[in-house]
Design a protein around this ligand. Structure first.
Ligand code: MN
Length: 285
């Protein structure tokens, strides 16, 4: 069994742009204990009133890692300098590899802005190995129906496999390093015993309902970080609940970040800033 190292609770909310009221459950400033994950922002659930003015985050760069947006409720629209654009609805995932540099904007869709409604989403930042930081930017625009659903033993619920492997099912997202992302719906009164890879950084986010994780009570929105040793976790669901489980093989490389750039050295950060200023990360058309 993987022991819980700590549980992160009562994280204050702040706004990213005017569209995303987030709780940063962790970020890369605090050492390497979440390696290969860099940051996790949990947005909402937040009720937006109908409006005619665009809400979101204006154009900004990223370099050296991937941003993964998992949308639960609401609708988003995005555009980037590689020419990609699109929208995401509930259940959809945008897995964006910033690689050697991209600029993009992230907004609520026009329709969602006009209609108003509840927004709930996760934005996860996944680090890239030094050798992959110079990969060309790309998008994986993944629809809810592309993700396999696997029944958990003993009728404990269902796992939606976003990335990695759960049982025999493979997630739709391609990753650069070994990562699992499992979106889980759990039934009241049941226990799920999950096999997770030994050596992986493992986190669980309680998203709704109340659960007991390795006998520690958790509710929404809280995060448990586990020891890397051990190969299982146990989740007892007191009510119907949702949890997100992430595991990843640590990259074990130096992490030097500044805002939207995460590299291996200070010099690479300066180069990223120069590339941005020289227009090498492209521009929005
Ligand atoms: Mn962004």
């Amino acid at each position: 069994m993987k022991k819980i190292k700590r549980i992160i609770r009562d994280v204050p909310q702040h706004w990213v742009g005017d569209g995303f009221p987030v709780r940063s459950l962790f970020s890369y400033g605090g050492g390497n204990e979440f390696d290969p994950f860099l940051l996790l922002d949990y947005a909402g659930p937040h009720e937006f009133s109908p409006s005619n003015s665009k809400r979101g985050v204006e154009v900004h760069p990223h370099k050296g890692f991937e941003t993964v947006t998992i949308l639960y409720r609401g609708e988003l629209a995005h555009r980037d300098s590689s020419g990609g654009s699109g929208s995401l609805g509930p259940g959809d995932v945008q897995w964006m590899t910033a690689g050697n540099g991209i600029v993009h904007e992230e907004y609520h869709s026009e329709e969602f802005t006009r209609r108003g409604g509840t927004l709930e989403m996760v934005q996860l930042w996944v680090n890239l190995r030094s050798a992959d930081k110079s990969t060309p930017p790309k998008y994986q625009d993944l629809r809810d129906n592309q993700f396999p659903r696997v029944k958990i033993d003993d009728g404990a619920g269902t796992a939606r496999v976003i990335a990695g492997q759960f049982g025999d099912a493979h997630g739709a997202a391609a990753t650069f390093s070994p990562i699992n992302v499992w979106d889980m719906q759990l039934k009241a009164g049941k226990r799920a015993n999950l096999k997770v890879p030994a050596g992986h950084t493992t986190v669980l986010i309680a998203q709704s309902g109340s659960v007991s994780v390795n006998e520690s009570p958790m509710k929404a929105v809280e995060l448990a970080l586990f020891d890397r040793d051990g190969n299982s976790i146990s989740i007892e669901s007191e009510t119907d609940s949702r949890v997100l489980v992430l595991t990843g093989e640590p990259l074990g490389e130096p992490v030097v970040g500044q805002g939207p750039f995460v590299m291996n050295s200070r010099e690479e950060i300066y180069n990223a800033m120069e590339d941005l200023q020289a227009g090498k990360m492209g521009r929005l058309k």
